[in-house]
Design a protein around this ligand. Structure first.
Ligand SMILES: [Zn+2]
Length: 222
């Protein structure tokens, strides 16, 4: 069975080499021959339906990306590891000017926060999700009577993104670059079904839809 999966992946590589690469050959050659200088770091969920390059129409070399379950950023000093190293490298070595924390609709990690028994048999996942517990606390605190589960999920997803932005600011590389006005950060929620993206810009608490050029004022896409 596993070889069938590998065969499908190989077919995908062949398709890339014959159909996609040739159309962008110059960009790939340029990317290979110059140091990478991505302008943004995107921290997104590992969910297989999330494709940050596609939703931002980005090419190789433009985005530094890290993905994990729940698009979480451990606060500095807690769980120093992959995410913290990516943040530090992106800011200190690559000099990215913007960091995005990108959450999404129907996130399994948010469902895991709401239903801890669902992850009880996965101690590593359970431990990782602690990085989102404060968001769960806020989302529950803001609950209204007879609220729909979908409204709670939406609020938790947003609060989680806001919490991770807070965590991001605790990283010395981020705090220093922001103090020098060399770095800004934003929180996104991507809606898988509609393609909509809502963004909370620095200093705001509200998530505002990115409107397509032809939609005009009030023509929200999310
Ligand atoms: Zn997710």
């Amino acid at each position: 069975m596993s070889s069938a999966v590998l065969d499908k992946l190989k077919a995908g590589v062949r398709k890339f080499q014959t159909e996609i690469y040739p159309g962008h050959e110059e960009k790939y050659i340029l990317a290979a021959s110059t140091p990478q200088r991505p302008s943004a770091l995107i921290i997104a969920c590992a969910d297989s339906r999330i494709d940050v390059e596609t939703i931002t129409s980005s090419m190789p070399g433009e985005l530094f990306v890290t993905r994990n379950i729940g698009n979480l950023v451990p606060a500095y000093g807690e769980m120093l590891g992959g995410v913290s190293a990516v943040v530090e490298y992106a800011v200190s070595a690559l000099g990215v000017q913007h960091i995005v924390v990108c959450g999404h609709s129907d996130c399994g990690a948010m469902k895991g926060l709401l239903n801890p028994e669902a992850v009880a048999r996965m101690p590593t996942v359970e431990n990782w999700l602690k990085n989102g517990h404060a968001a769960l606390s806020v989302a529950n605190a803001l609950a209204v009577k007879d609220e729909k589960q979908s409204d709670l999920m939406r609020r938790l997803t947003e609060q989680n993104v806001l919490l991770q932005l807070q965590h991001l600011r605790t990283h010395p590389s981020v705090a220093g670059a922001m103090a020098k006005d060399e770095l800004t950060i934003s929180g996104w929620v991507y809606d898988i079904g509609s393609g909509g993206v809502r963004i909370c810009e620095e200093g705001n608490k509200a998530f505002v839809p990115v409107v397509s050029a032809g939609a005009g004022a009030g023509g929200a896409t999310a």
